[in-house]
Design a protein around this ligand. Structure first.
Ligand code: NDP
Length: 297
């Protein structure tokens, strides 16, 4: 039976450590980290995510400021809000909840966020920092996956890691972090051939696809560590259910360690958002390498 990597428990530990560090920062510097969360429109899933983020901020002692804008908001209005948050010294982290309504240009908004406050780690400067192993802010989901992997492995060096998915928010940064940890990394995607056979070679298998229970027991090498990023809402036996990209019941007997859905990567993502907000606040209180780079850009 596989070791269960419990994201609920682990995220509580991460949040407790962030809360302790926030207290210390506030005591030493008189500053409480502030996280601005911007939600445009009324997408039900986004509303749930924002509610959970605000709740976790409270647990960590981080001041969260919510900005809710109408679904019809135009680019200029959103840009003006981002500019205002960029200039607000009490805001250390800015999160614009994605996806945005279709009239808004996501890439332009992400690029408008001050990279030092980009707690999602999506700004091109942070993407470049990760790719070149420079200090920056790392996307929350892959960061959470790395913490989970460190639970199961003392040393990741030399392991063959296969990442299914190449999105900017999960697959690509995940592969970059695994490479930084000295894994041999393979990324597969919708155009890859022989995916099953490639996955079966993995010591570490990360599924970030968005296809319910796609990864079954035949895809997994016995003893491999399986990280399931997928969150898929399905109907089963007349009830709504959340499942991952991995068929948990089939894979769990084969894997050496596995994350569940729900209660796996999801809570770690939110805990890492708080970790990033603390990191951002700390860096803004001293001059970081990235700040120097940005000023000289
Ligand atoms: P995207 O849709 O942006 O990317 C999906 C990736 O999977 C793409 O690279 C795509 O390939 C690849 N893919 C699609 N179909 C196949 C297939 N049949 N075989 C192999 N590869 C395939 O999704 P995200 O990366 O944003 O999210 C992935 C999943 O993770 C979703 O379920 C999402 O809900 C979940 N998620 C969970 C989070 C959490 O906190 N737990 C946070 C973020 C996401 P191609 O590039 O060729 O199209």
């Amino acid at each position: 039976m596989a070791q269960l990597i419990n994201g609920k428990q682990l995220s509580a530990q991460v949040l407790a450590q962030v809360a302790e560090d926030v207290q210390q920062l506030t005591a030493e510097r008189g500053v409480c980290p502030g996280l601005a969360v911007v939600l445009v429109g009324e997408d039900p899933a986004s509303q749930v995510y924002v509610r959970n983020k605000v709740r976790s901020a409270t647990t960590a002692g981080i001041r969260s400021i919510e900005h809710r804008l109408e679904a019809s908001t135009d680019q200029q209005t959103l840009n003006a809000l981002v500019a205002q948050l960029n200039n607000d010294p009490e805001v250390h982290g800015i999160l614009v909840q994605l996806p945005l309504p279709p009239q808004l240009d996501e890439a332009q908004i992400i690029a408008a966020i001050n990279p030092e406050k980009d707690v999602d780690g999506f700004h091109p400067l942070n993407v470049g920092a990760l790719a070149s192993a420079q200090p920056g802010l790392v996307p929350c989901t892959p960061l959470g996956c790395m913490i989970m992997l460190q639970q199961a492995h003392d040393d990741l060096s030399g392991k063959h890691a296969v990442v299914i998915g190449r999105s900017n928010i999960v697959g690509k940064p995940m592969a970059a972090l695994l490479l930084q940890a000295s894994c041999t990394v393979t990324t597969v995607h919708s155009r890859s051939k022989n995916i099953e056979a490639i996955c079966r070679q993995a010591d570490i298998l990360v599924a970030a696809v968005g296809r319910p229970e796609m990864v079954n027991a035949d895809w997994v090498k016995p003893g491999a560590t399986v990280i399931d990023v997928g969150i898929n809402a399905i109907e089963r036996d007349g009830a709504r259910k959340l499942v991952g990209d991995v068929d948990f019941a089939a894979v769990e007997p084969v894997a050496g360690a596995i994350t569940p859905v729900p209660g796996g990567v999801g809570p770690m993502t939110i805990a890492c958002l708080m970790k990033n907000t603390l990191t951002a606040a700390r860096r803004q209180l001293s001059v970081s390498n990235l700040a120097v780079a940005v000023r000289h850009a």
